[in-house]
Design a protein around this ligand. Structure first.
Ligand code: UDP
Length: 298
């Protein structure tokens, strides 16, 4: 199958392209090179920016399936510059949807658990969406727009609401996620910087499970048009993650507690009943994946 992946130079897009290529698919990436941080790839990535329809159209026209992952993913940056986040995440998704509609190409959209905001209970697909940052709101609007394109124009579209993803090649710079940041800090002898008291928690799914979920999703025709959670159904506190990383790195540093982050979500835990009813179960246990990541980084 000819598959187009937007955001193919990012952490998830690069893993997804390499995985699908290993399954004999013909992969083309589309990326504007704004933040190349993924795994090295053997497939071709063309230069294109999803904010501009003309840069998307012809590549979608050549594909049998599109994975739309290109996004501005940083919450802090979205607070500093909401317009840029809306342009990339909402206008960009609109452009990809329009091209998919024009050429009648199915699309899989990289949505996120951030659309739900904080919930004390496990989150199912019907839970309130309380997006707490421009990033989350942009993704929520784009996710709902995918639903509109399905309901109003009959587009085949899958809305994958991923909980927190981690694994090899995840970016550790200022706008990186917490696991690579803590790991780089600890391996450089710096105390890991916990925002707040570290009691906030997330549901972490390993990248190897994420690419399997992405492969499966467009085969599940009953989920066409519907949002679906992809997570593990387990949470880990940020403090516990810092301690585990210190342990796996064989360090004796202590965490350093900073002010809480604005727009912080206290807890994200997936109710994964829907995707597991289709036979999908994550294979990698959090502690094993985390240990593997720390050793890889070392
Ligand atoms: N976090 C932290 N220190 C850091 C980076 C992040 O304590 O250096 C916390 C952050 O406040 C959040 C959690 O780790 O509670 C996950 O943050 P990340 O940015 O990885 O993901 P998201 O907030 O989008 O779920």
């Amino acid at each position: 199958m000819k598959i187009l992946i937007t955001g193919s130079k990012g952490f998830i897009g690069s893993h997804l392209g390499n995985y699908l290529q290993s399954k004999d698919h013909d992969i083309t990436g589309l990326d504007n090179n704004s933040h190349p941080c993924g795994q090295p790839t053997k497939f071709t990535t063309v230069h294109g920016d999803v904010r501009f329809y003309d840069e998307v159209d012809k590549w979608v026209g050549k594909a049998d399936l599109v994975y739309h992952l290109a996004a501005q993913i940083n919450v802090d940056r979205s607070i500093e510059n909401p317009k840029q986040t809306l342009d990339v995440n909402l206008v960009g998704t609109y452009n990809v949807l329009e091209a998919c509609k024009k050429y009648n190409v199915p699309m899989v959209f990289a949505s996120t658990s951030e659309v739900y905001g904080g919930h004390d209970e496990p989150i199912n697909e019907g839970s309130d969406t309380r997006s707490q940052s421009p990033y989350a709101t942009s993704k929520l609007a784009a996710d709902k727009l995918c639903g509109n394109y399905h309901d109003l124009y009959g587009l085949e579209v899958y809305r994958a609401r991923f909980f927190n993803v981690f694994g090899e090649w995840q970016n550790d710079d200022d706008c990186g996620a917490v696991i690579p940041r803590f790991t780089s800090q600890v391996l450089s002898g710096i105390r890991p910087t916990i925002y707040g008291d570290g009691s906030q928690s997330r549901d972490y799914i390993h990248i190897d499970d994420v690419v399997r979920a992405y492969e499966l999703l467009p085969t599940l025709k009953k989920l066409n048009g519907e949002p679906v959670n992809i997570g593990t159904g387990e949470t880990h506190t940020i403090k516990n993650i810092a301690e585990l990383i210190i342990h796996y790195a064989e360090s004796n540093l202590e965490p350093d507690f900073w002010d809480a982050r604005p727009g912080e979500v206290s807890k994200l835990l997936a109710d994964t009943s829907l995707i597991s009813s289709f036979g999908f179960l994550p294979a990698i246990k959090f502690n094993d994946g985390l240990r593997r990541y720390v050793l890889w980084k070392k």
